[in-house]
Design a binder for this molecule. Structure first.
Ligand SMILES: Nc1ncnc2c1ncn2[C@@H]1O[C@H](COP(=O)(O)OP(=O)(O)OP(=O)(O)O)[C@@H](O)[C@H]1O
Length: 265
C-alpha cells in the first residue's frame, strides 16, 4: 500500500489504481496507486529506470496497462483509443523530455499544430494565440519565426511549453523539465511553471530528478520505487520517511548542498 502522509481528500483529477505495466517479461509497475488533486503541482521522483516516464505515458494513454485503472477527469483513459483519445487529450498539455518539436516547423508553427488539429479557427486567430502563448512562456516575440535548431536548450523547453499550453489545458504533464538546463536556467524555468500554475489554475504532474524543483515548486511529492508509489506527501514528509532510497535521496550530499535537508540532519 502507498503511504499517504497528507490525508486531506480533495478533488481528485487523476486516479491510478492497481496499475500494472509491462514490456514483454519486464514488469515496470505492479499494483501502483496514485491520486493527483486538482490544482496541485505533484513531483514524481524515483531512481533511474523506476518507471516515472512510463507512468506519465500510461496516464496520457500512450502506454497500455496490463492491469488496473487510470482515470483522468473521470474518464478511463485506457479504454479510449484513436480519435476518442485524441479528442480527450485536449484536456492536457505535455512537455516531453527533449521537447519533441517538429524540426521543419518554426516555433509559431509548432505552437499552432494542436490548434490546427483540434479547431477550425481562422489563421489570424491562430497567429494571435500562438504569439500569446510564446510570450507567456517567456520567449521574445521574434522566437516565433525561429526553427528549433536555432534555439538554446532553455528556449526549446519554453517553445514546447507554449505548444503544450496552446489549447488551454487543465493539466500540464512535464517530463524532466529542468534536465539539461544550467542552475540559473533551471530555477527560471521553475519560477515560470509556478507562475503559469497560479495564473492558469493548472494541475501539474511533473517527473523530475531536480531536488530544487521538488523543494521550491511542488506541493506534494510521490516516490516511485519497487514498481509502485511507496509514499506521497510534502517535502517534510519525505525527510521523515524511513526507506533506504528515500533517505539516500532526500538526505544525500545533493540534498545537503541544496540546503533543505541540513536543518533536519
Ligand atoms: N517502449 C518501451 N519498450 C520497452 N521497455 C521500455 C519502453 N519504455 C520504457 N521501457 C523500460 O521501462 C523502464 C522504465 O523506464 P522509464 O523511462 O519510465 O524510467 P524513468 O524512471 O523515467 O527513468 P529515468 O529517470 O532514467 O528517465 C526502463 O527499464 C525502460 O528501459
Amino acid at each position: 500500500m502507498t503511504a499517504t502522509l497528507n490525508s486531506e481528500t480533495d478533488d481528485i483529477i487523476i486516479s491510478v489504481r492497481g496499475l500494472q505495466t509491462r514490456f514483454g517479461r519486464s514488469v515496470i509497475h505492479d499494483n501502483l496507486d496514485l491520486d493527483v488533486r486538482r490544482g496541485e503541482i505533484i513531483g514524481i521522483v524515483g531512481g533511474s529506470g523506476a518507471g516515472k516516464s512510463v507512468l506519465l505515458r500510461a496516464i496520457i494513454g500512450l502506454v497500455q496497462p496490463t492491469a488496473g485503472e487510470i482515470n483522468v477527469l473521470g474518464e478511463n483513459v485506457a479504454r479510449l483509443d484513436g480519435d476518442n483519445l485524441k479528442n480527450f487529450s485536449t484536456n492536457w498539455g505535455v512537455l516531453f523530455q527533449r521537447g519533441a518539436l517538429f524540426s521543419s516547423l518554426t516555433v509559431a508553427q509548432n505552437v499552432e499544430v494542436p490548434l490546427r488539429e483540434h479547431t477550425d479557427m481562422p489563421k489570424a486567430l491562430m497567429d494571435e494565440i500562438s504569439s500569446y502563448k510564446i510570450s507567456m512562456s517567456g520567449l521574445s516575440p521574434d522566437a516565433g519565426d525561429k526553427f528549433p535548431r536555432e534555439l538554446s536548450g532553455g528556449m526549446v523547453k519554453r517553445a514546447s511549453l507554449a505548444r503544450a499550453l496552446a489549447l488551454d489545458p487543465e493539466i500540464l504533464f512535464l517530463d524532466e523539465p529542468t534536465a539539461g538546463l544550467d542552475p540559473i536556467g533551471a530555477s527560471e524555468f521553475d519560477s515560470l511553471i509556478a507562475r503559469l500554475h497560479d495564473a492558469l489554475g493548472l494541475t501539474v504532474f511533473m517527473v523530475t530528478h531536480d531536488l530544487d524543483t521538488l523543494a521550491t515548486v511542488c506541493d506534494r511529492i510521490a516516490v516511485l520505487a519497487e514498481k509502485r508509489v511507496i509514499v506521497v506527501g510534502t517535502m517534510d514528509d519525505m525527510l521523515a520517511f524511513d526507506h533506504p532510497w528515500v533517505k539516500e535521496y532526500f538526505h544525500g550530499p545533493r540534498a545537503r548542498s541544496a540546503g533543505f535537508a541540513a536543518k533536519k540532519d
